[in-house]
Unconditional design. Structure first.
Lengths: 740, 121
């Protein structure tokens, strides 16, 4: 059941995506009936599923939203900007409700109420339709619902037990696929029955009309059940038969007024409102209508415990495209659907297991290559070509497996649409989001962890980048600003750009701020690009422009560090009056990493390539000492502090001289550069990341480990963490060196 | 003897739920995603009953039922409509198309099984 619930929430995400797509089409003015239908169906399906899991808030809201869309569908309402805006709002609220239900959190009731009110205004003349959960009670076939003690005839002090039912089907009953045999069986299930076949209408054979309904039944039901329970049995055939239900005392008293069985179609007792159930017993409208109690585990609806948060919906790369076809279980219908679409859904744990195994394979392949070399077989043509093929295959397998975890970035981009809408209305600007490359596939975890930094960047662009409408007009731009969100693959990485056509970075102001906050010296000579990069410094915030929006205590420094944590980089470009462009470059996967294999004090270590700007040999001219322990390195115009990796990791004491060693020039999260001294660079290669957290917890300065081709285990360093720790110890030195 | 039931619904969640319920009741579920798919799946089947949604892409529930009733093979087959809709005119339309019965969601497993037993034994 929990699995089904999880699967429901996964489907909801897909439906929400379809909803967004449809609304975007409507917004673009390209509406047609099918688009409206798709939008309607998405909401409708969410409502249907939510009902099954007793998610009342979700059902109530979806129903109201659906009502508006239905009016749109039927032409009562038409597509106009106000309606589209409201629909987007509704889609957002719907998404909130879905996620709140999934995570067991509190939905934003205030916003829901506001949106409901707006919906009510939009839905012309439908305001009186009060939707309560009672509307979604099983009114159609409410076996339990109508079994209340008063349903069988209140006021009877001692009614005789049992019923006498006269049942005369019309021909239409058979035509609709109903079968009297099963109806009689259902009656028998209520208690002991005596059934009499009434053949009065049966003509002689020569006048027999084969398609006519000629046989009726009288059933004596000897059970203390309510009349409502008996009527339930005839639920589907109301109006398709003559039905008389009497108490045993009256039975056979065929002359009693109003109860005489008559010819089909003329009998006054049953109304011709087929399918309409007997009016349900009204329930107190305030309280949620009673759920029928059932034996435990009698069915999914019974065992769904709404209060319990569902496990996070597991999603896989395949799932996005699996879309429609994904029925588990081996029944024929489901497998037919699967074949039709060519996709399957797979639990993500299985994929991760596969990713791990492929990692082992990569390591194994590297080890084999090394063994072959050690054995002196490298020159052997067969061995050589075999090994090359093996290497190629391993690489192909690895890439294919990584692709399984990849998902289109579309879902993330769609969320940004909402951010733009909310942010721009909050600050009174008009902003349009344009997205490109939504189909670009990115590792699932990367997508998840990119949401926060991207949200922040988009908010920033709305708040600080885009000008107010009047300001834009004054500078000859269109009233509505544009934020462009693009994604593409470039040289084995994913490139995501956030650009706006706003005013660009106000460099004098940024500079003044940085000086005021003591982040740079007053007389520092900075290039434009240096100034732009000041935005990434911790503690930098243009406080006088703090608004509801971006004054949340999260700075661009956090954005940068979250992107770096993903093995990515973020750069900034800005042109005054034209706009600002943030560019994020990310690895395709988190399972492997491009690393530089270095040796320090006899140890082999891996430094992520993404942090290394350049490498250089240390010469006596480049090095300068500050005091007895501190070294700095001259790099072009400036100097950067030099850290000995061997010292920082406690492998050795500081060396007397670093001449002849290698320095890795590294840019830290705060934008500052430092040099890391190592003894030797061994190699530059892809390494498989092996987490250490589960076994050792967090280790200062160490990000993970890997296994090298020779079978040796090497630690992957977290340079930023390492240096900030070193700084804590050597802050004095650090300050000195920078002052020099 | 186990009942074979074809369930047609465009919501995966709903199909999962129905399939789960039917299996739990000892029935054999077959699944389809919309009316069109339902007709295709039906080609290889001899079901004892059909459950169908109304709002579906390609071929909706009404069209699906009409297509079934137009085919002599399925003329007497019990067809239950399972939907969130409860408007009388829609029910009337379903009846006119040839539906056997109408069950209003939310999904209630016990209700569904009882209804199936009532129309298909």
């Amino acid at each position: 059941m929990m699995e089904m619930r999880a699967s429901f929430f996964v489907e909801c995400e897909e439906l929400l995506e379809a909803l967004q797509d449809g609304l975007a089409t409507l917004e673009a003015g390209e509406e047609d009936n099918e688009t409206v239908n798709v939008v309607f169906r998405a909401v409708h399906s969410i409502k249907g599923g939510a009902g099954a899991f007793a998610l009342h808030d979700l059902v109530r809201f979806a129903h109201r939203f659906e009502t508006m869309l239905d009016e749109l569908r039927s032409g009562v309402l038409s597509v106009e900007p106000g309606l589209v805006r409201l629909s987007f709002s509704c889609a957002d609220v719907l998404a909130d409700l879905v996620r709140a239900a999934r995570d067991g959190t509190e939905p934003p009731f205030e916003r829901i109420d506001q949106t409901m009110e707006a919906l009510d205004e939009m839905i012309a003349g439908e305001g009186e339709e009060e939707v309560t959960s009672a509307d979604f009670q099983p009114v159609g076939l409410s076996f339990d619902f109508d079994l209340g003690g008063d349903a069988g005839g209140a006021g009877d002090s001692a009614p005789p037990v049992g019923h006498v039912i006269t049942f005369r089907p019309a021909a239409a009953l058979y035509a609709s696929g109903n079968e009297p045999r099963f109806i009689l069986k259902a009656l028998a299930a209520l208690g002991p029955v005596r059934v009499k076949v009434l053949t009065d209408d049966l003509p002689t054979l020569d006048s027999l009309e084969p398609e006519a309904s000629l046989i009726a039944w009288r059933v004596h039901l000897d059970a203390d059940v309510s009349e409502a329970a008996v009527r339930e049995v005839f639920e589907f055939v109301e109006g398709l038969c003559d039905l008389v239900i009497e108490r045993p005392g009256d039975a056979g008293d065929a002359a009693a007024p109003g109860t005489t069985p008559a010819l089909p179609g003329t009998h006054p007792v049953t109304k011709a409102t087929w399918g309409l159930p007997p009016a349900p017993v009204p329930t107190a409208s305030a309280a949620p209508a009673p759920q029928p109690t059932r034996p435990a585990a009698s069915g999914p609806a019974a065992s769904g415990r709404p209060a319990e948060p569902a496990p996070p919906a597991r999603a896989s790369a395949a799932e996005k495209s699996a879309d429609k076809s994904a029925d588990k279980g081996g029944d024929k219908g489901a497998s037919a659907a699967v074949e039709a679409k060519g996709t399957i859904r797979v639990d993500i744990d299985r994929i991760d297991r596969l990713v791990n195994l492929v990692g082992e394979l990569v390591i194994n392949q590297a080890m084999l290559a090394e063994s072959v070399q050690d054995a002196g077989l490298t020159g052997h043509p067969n061995v050589e070509s075999g090994l090359n093929e093996f290497m190629q295959l391993t690489r192909d397998i690895q890439e294919s497996v990584m692709l399984i975890r990849a998902q289109p970035i579309k879902s993330l981009f769609q969320r940004m649409g909402r951010i733009v809408r909310e942010a721009s209305s909050m600050v009174g600007k008009e902003v349009h989001l344009r997205t490109e490359g939504e189909a670009t596939e990115v590792d699932k975890t990367v997508i998840e962890r990119l949401a926060d930094p991207l949200t922040h960047m988009i908010r920033n662009a709305v708040d600080h980048g885009i000008e107010r409408p009047d300001g834009r007009i004054a500078s000859g731009k269109s009233r509505t600003g544009e934020i462009r969100l693009t994604a593409m693959h470039r040289s084995g990485r994913v490139l995501i750009e956030v650009s706006d056509d706003g005013a660009g970075i106000n460099r004098p102001k940024v500079l003044a701020k940085a000086i005021e906050r003591g982040l740079i010296d007053a007389d520092a000579q900075l290039t434009d690009s240096d100034i732009d990069n000041l935005l990434f410094l911790p503690g930098f915030s243009t406080a006088d422009t703090v608004s509801d929006l971006s004054g949340r205590g999260v700075g661009m420094d956090v954005v940068r560090s979250s992107i770096q944590a993903l093995g990515g980089r973020v750069t900034i470009q800005s042109e005054p009056g034209k706009g600002t462009n943030f560019s994020i470059s990310l690895p395709l996967t988190l399972a492997v990493l491009d690393g530089m294999v270095v040796r320090v004090a006899g140890q082999t270590l891996v430094v992520p390539l993404s942090v290394i700007e350049e490498t250089m040999s240390l010469t006596s001219e480049g090095l300068a000492s500050l005091g007895s322990e501190s070294q700095v390195l001259r790099v072009r115009q400036g100097v950067v502090p030099l850290y000995d990796l061997g010292v920082e990791l406690n492998y050795r004491d500081p060396l007397d001289t670093y001449v002849g060693r290698i320095a890795l020039l590294v840019t830290l999260e705060d934008g500052r550069s430092v040099a890391i001294a190592v003894d030797k660079i061994e190699d530059q290669r892809q390494v498989v990341i092996k987490g250490l957290h589960s076994s050792y917890g967090r280790i200062p300065g160490i990000a993970a480990a890997t296994i090298l081709g020779n079978g040796q285990i090497a630690l992957i360093l977290d340079i930023g963490d390492l240096v900030s720790r070193a700084r804590g110890v050597t802050r004095l030195r650090d300050t000195l060196s920078l002052a020099g | 003897m186990s009942l074979e039931v074809l369930a047609v619904d465009d919501s995966r969640t709903m199909r999962d739920l129905i399939a789960h319920t039917l299996r739990g009741a000892g029935m054999t579920p077959h699944l389809a995603e919309d009316g069109q798919h339902g007709l295709e799946v039906l080609e290889g089947l001899q079901p004892d009953a059909i459950i169908t949604d109304i709002n579906m892409p390609r071929l909706d529930g009404f069209g699906f039922i009409e297509a079934l009733r137009a085919d002599p093979r399925w003329r007497g087959l019990p067809i239950l409509v399972l939907t969130t809709e409860s408007a009388p005119e829609l029910k009337q339309r379903a009846r006119a198309a040839g539906a056997t019965g109408w069950i209003v969601k939310p999904f209630d497993a016990e209700k569904l099984v009882k209804a199936l037993q009532m129309v298909a034994g």
